[in-house]
Structures are given as C-alpha cells and as structure tokens.
Design a protein around this ligand. Structure first.
Ligand SMILES: NC(=O)c1ccc[n+]([C@@H]2O[C@H](COP(=O)([O-])OP(=O)(O)OC[C@H]3O[C@@H](n4cnc5c(N)ncnc54)[C@H](OP(=O)(O)O)[C@@H]3O)[C@@H](O)[C@H]2O)c1
Length: 599
C-alpha cells in the first residue's frame, strides 16, 4: 500500500474557491499491486490541467455536470502507465486523457474511452506541460475553431479576449500566421508586453485600464472581422458593436460568467445582439470534442504545432504549480489572473544497487550497523574502477534506463567517475544520466591513465620505470594534502575481484600492496579540476558536511560540475546523510528533477 494524495471536491460554492475548505488535498491508501480488471491500466499522474470550466462545475447549478462531493476532481492529465491490462496502453508509455487529480489511479477501459485517452509520443522532447497547453486541449480548441468557424482571411482584423490564456495565445499566433491583424485584450501590462514583444501580436490593450469599447475604438477603428470570444458578458457586448458586416464570432467560452451563471437569468444581459442581424454576423459556439472540431483537426493540429514549436516559430506558454500538495492552493488562488496553469507532481522509482566487494566498515559505522559492509572497490586502482563501471553499466542495461543517479560516499564517486568518462569518451552521445546527486562524495577516480592526477604515491605504490602513466597534459606538480587518501581507507588489496574477495580472500595491508606493486602495474588516477578540463554537463546536487573527512574532496567534486547547473547543501555534520535536513535535500533534488523534466 502507498499513500495516494488527491485534490478532492469538498463543498459547493459560488464565491472564489478556498483551498482546504472548498477543495482539499486528501490522502487515501492505494494498492499498487491490486488486481486490474481486464482493459484497465494503473497510472501515476504527472501533470493535470487546471481549466476555467472546472470552477463552473463547483457551483450550485452547474451548466456542465457537478463534481462528486468528497471524490477526487477529474480533469485532463498526462500520466505514466505503471501497470496495464490493456494492450493498447503498454507499461511505461505516456498517456493523456481524463484522470482523477491524484498521484495514482486505476482507469477502466470504458473510462479510457470516455476520457479520450491516447498515447503521447514526446519524440521532440518538449516540456511535458506543452501537451496540456498548445499541444493539448486548449491548443486544439483554438486551432479547430479558428478554421472551422472563424475562417480567417489574410488582411482581416482579428480580436481575441483573454488573449494570454491557454486558448488565446495560441489562437492569436495562428491568426498572425494566417496574415491577419491581431488585437488582444488582457488584464495586465506584463501580459500585453509579452503578447506584442514575444508572440508578435499587432496590438494588445489592458481592459483594466480602459474599457473594451475604448480599446477597440482605438486599436480597431475600422471594425473587427473575427471576434474570438473567451470572456462573454460585457466584453462580448462591446465587440458586437464593433463587428464588420459578414464578420464571424467564435463563441469559445465566457469566463466572466462562470460564477455568475447560477440560473437562466443571472448572467450579464447582452444588449447588442441585434448587430448580428444588421451586420449579417455569424456567431457559433462549439465544444472541442465535437466531431467537426477536435476529432477533425487533431492530427493536423499536432503535426503543425509540433513542427512550429520545434523550429521556434510558435510558442506554448503555461504556468506550473509544483506538486500535488500545492494543488488546492494553486487552484484556490486561481483567479484567472495568470497564464494557463498545469499542476505537476513528481514520481520517483528507486533502484538500489550495492557494491560487489566486502570491506571493513568506515569509522563509527560498526556500532550502528552490523554489516555486511559492501563497497565498489577496496582501493580505487584503474582496474577496480573499470570493474565498478562495468558492473554499473550491466545493471543499467538490465534495469535501466535511469533518469538520474544518487550516490553516497564511494558510490557517489563511482557515479561522478562514470559521468566524467562518458563526457570524455562519448561527448556526442546523450548524457548517461540527466541529473546527479552526490552525498559526502570523495573525488572520483579514473580507469584510464589519460585522465586525472597520478596518486600512486599516496597509496603506497612505488613509481617504477615500467609503470609510468602518460603525463601529456597539465598535471599539478604538487598534489594538495587533502587529496592524500587517509591510511584508514587503504584497507584492501588493490586488485579485488568481482566476487568481493581479495587476491587471497584476505584484506591486505599496505605492505602487501607495495609487494604487489613491485611486480605488476598498479595505477591510481584521481580526477581533479586542476588536472582535468572535463565537467559534468548535467544538473548536479552536492550535499556535504563540514566535519566530514571528505569535506575538501566534496568541495573539489563541485569544481568538476558546471557551476550554473550545480546546487549545494553544505551542513555542519560529518560523513552522513543528515536526516533532519531531508526537506532541504528533497527541495534540491526536486529542483534538479524539474530542470530536466523527468517523469
Ligand atoms: N469551447 C471549448 O471547447 C473550450 C475549450 C477550451 C477552453 N474554452 C474556454 O476558453 C476560454 C479560455 O480558456 P483558457 O483555457 O484559455 O483559460 P486560461 O488559460 O485559464 O486563461 C483565462 C484568462 O481569462 C482571463 N479572465 C478571467 N476572468 C476574466 C474576466 N472576468 N474578464 C476578462 N478576462 C478574464 C484571465 O486573463 P487576464 O488576466 O488577461 O484577464 C485569465 O488568465 C474559457 O472561457 C474556457 O472555458 C472553451
């Protein structure tokens, strides 16, 4: 069983939605292993759209069906399929459809059909919320209705209200592409600037600073050919007066009326309807799911907008409220003052991998944990680092791919070593991991003599003539004292085998090590920013303590990361994961995850 948090409908209300009172985040138990009825899927919900009509389903007499009290609120969402009993919806795929605003859900075949569920291929690597914005329902609604009802013609004048919303900013850009003169109205100067300067609208007015009538008289003195109505009420009334003969009005929505329409006569009474007759205006409403709308234009919309967004000639803008815990506040404060919103939640699946080699416990560990104690290598020779890499790579092939890597102590150093080698050896390939978290990490070792500082001396290995590494580029002539590995960490045979046994199945002493080194080649190559130009070009999180013996190492690991993508939590403790800082640690990790759009 896991906890499953949901955004739940608590109370019918007419006034602005109050988080915790009208809607609330509630947690219920959920069985991830429950038996799935035939045709159903179990999903983890990733992003949910917050749409204006949702508020209209929370009032006393909703035009669209009411939400069920004390039940999770459903809406269009993007979800990852965790389990499936439906061949059309395979495990691991991304699905868009109607799902409860919950962390997890089971959806039957009938619900999948009714909720228009279909798989999403993100082959162009768009931010996922794009599939709920320009590439989602609002974008499709804009696309289909503009062509089906608006019938745009080059040179015409086009006016869109709520122009910076999810529908408005898409339809305005489409009308621009068709060669129309595009005017918008919005509720802030910031939005107006964005539409004109970033999206290329011809003119935008702030309806809070001048009336719609004044704005249209100023910016469309010759009248409007197409009014794209998102707002209704007084805005529609003003636009009706300015319509040209044979103009078209696309009645997309009436956001100003959603909390006013409680009965047939309580909304704003439009007074200028007679203009429809005298100017022979065609005004038509639609619902995006109508057969002549979404279904007719879906493929064309997805194909065109994907191409335009990818090439940079079209923009999809949305505001994201992070985390299901913030969804009630996010919706509650949703006074339709901002750009379109989506709510995201993150899902983590961990694969824990142990080092293969037994070792002595680190100082202080034996009293809290009885063992067995495992590590990736007892000492980091080039050979044992190679074996560690190979082992991680085989686990990645079997259980991956993995989005990110998180390691503590030596595990973190192995991860850093793999990331750096990947940068050096396959710079053209996609990164091995998209983000990395290093906790109490010593400096990473290399498996190649081409990289790093030669630290044999500090491992008691004599430099003899037969085993000198290349020294073909800048190496520090003096290695800083803190890079010398403390004796107590040099516990083992330098040449451990994969089964965790040393050469003789015994932990060796430094004397044995010197003996081995005398008759075969043993190298220790430590990555260091003063010797190596390579950097980890992914978001990294570095957590380390000022009392940790590896403190200075951890600070040096930071130098091997990209400063603009690295976040640091330096604490006052030792070589440990400071549990009471878990919130801070989670925040850093979530920021790294968010920056690479993992799901
Ligand atoms: N027919 C369909 O199938 C269909 C499909 C999708 C959407 N819609 C409708 O399309 C409209 C826009 O939806 P959306 O998803 O683009 O919304 P959105 O992204 O949530 O944006 C809504 C915007 O409306 C503006 N607004 C809110 N209250 C207003 C008021 N009283 N007067 C004037 N402007 C107001 C706000 O912007 P400012 O700060 O600029 O005021 C707000 O940001 C809504 O009416 C929606 O119901 C219809």
């Amino acid at each position: 069983m896991v906890a499953n948090k949901s955004l739940t409908f608590k109370r019918v209300h007419e006034t602005p939605t109050v988080a915790g009172q009208d809607i609330a985040v509630e947690s219920r138990e959920f069985d991830l292993d429950q038996e799935l009825p035939s045709g159903s899927i179990l999903v983890q919900v990733l992003y949910v759209s917050f749409d204006p009509f949702m508020k209209g389903r929370m009032v006393e007499k909703p035009v669209m069906g009411p939400y069920k009290l004390n039940e999770p609120i459903p809406n269009t969402a993007l979800a990852k399929i965790l389990r499936s009993n439906n061949e059309a919806f395979p495990v691991g795929a991304l699905v868009r459809g109607e799902f409860p605003i919950s962390q997890y859900a089971v959806t039957t075949a009938e619900e999948l059909h009714a909720g228009w569920a279909h798989l999403i291929q993100n082959s162009l690597d768009f931010p996922l919320e794009t599939f709920l914005a320009a590439l989602g329902m609002p974008g499709l609604a804009a696309y289909a209705s503009l062509y089906e009802i608006g019938k745009p013609k080059r040179g015409e004048t086009f006016y869109v209200s709520a122009a910076a919303g999810a529908v408005g900013h898409v339809v305005g850009q489409l009308a621009k592409r068709e060669g129309l003169r595009v005017i918008g109205s919005v509720g802030s100067d910031e939005k107006a600037d964005y539409l004109v300067n970033e999206l290329g609208f011809d003119a935008v007015f702030n309806y809070k600073k001048e009336t719609v009538d004044e704005g249209l008289a100023r910016l469309a003195p010759d009248g409007i050919d197409i009014y794209y109505d998102n707002v209704g009420g007084e805005t529609l009334d003003a636009a009706l007066l300015r319509m040209k003969t044979y103009g078209r009005i696309v009645a997309c929505g009436a956001i100003s009326q959603y909390t006013r329409v409680q009965g047939p006569y309580t909304g704003y009474g439009v007074t200028n309807l007679f203009n429809i007759t005298v100017k022979r205006v065609i005004m038509a409403g639609y619902i995006v799911s109508d057969s002549n709308m979404g279904p007719k234009y879906g493929a064309e919309h997805m194909q065109n907008l994907s191409k335009w967004i990818a090439e940079g000639s079209f923009k999809s803008k949305s505001t994201v409220v992070d985390g299901i815990d913030n969804s009630a506040d996010g919706f509650g404060s949703y006074s339709f003052e901002r750009l379109h919103r989506a709510s995201a939640q993150y899902y983590y699946e961990f694969t824990f991998i142990d080092g293969p080699t037994t070792c002595q416990p680190a100082p202080g560990i034996a009293s809290v944990y009885p063992g067995p104690y495992l590590c990736w290598y007892r000492t980091p020779t080039t050979k044992s680092v190679t074996r560690a890499h190979n082992r991680v790579r085989s686990i990645m092939a079997e259980k991956g791919p993995f989005e990110g890597v998180m390691g503590f102590s030596q595990g973190a150093a192995v991860a850093a070593s793999m990331i750096l080698h990947h940068e050096l050896e396959s710079p053209w390939a996609p990164p091995l991991f998209r983000f990395a978290v290093f906790i109490g990490s010593p400096l990473p070792f290399s498996h190649s003599l081409k990289y790093g500082i030669d630290t044999r001396a500090y491992f008691g290995v004599p430099h003899n003539l037969n085993c000198r590494p290349f020294t073909d580029y800048k190496r520090p002539s003096k290695v800083p004292g803190h890079l010398i590995t403390p004796d107590r960490y040099l516990k083992g045979n330098s040449d451990d085998d994969d089964e965790g046994q040393g050469r003789d199945g015994e932990v060796s002493t430094n004397e044995t090590l010197k003996q081995i080194a005398a008759d075969e080649e043993i190298y220790y190559q430590m990555f260091h920013s003063t010797a190596d130009e390579v950097r980890m070009k992914i978001p990294t999180v570095h957590i380390f303590g000022r009392q940790d013996p590896w403190y200075l190492h951890s600070k040096d690991v930071l130098q091997l990361a990209c400063p603009e993508q690295a976040s640091v939590l330096e604490h006052c403790y030792g070589h440990e994961v400071p549990r009471h800082l878990s919130e801070e640690i989670c925040d850093l990790i979530e920021s790294a995850v968010a920056s690479v759009e993992c799901y």
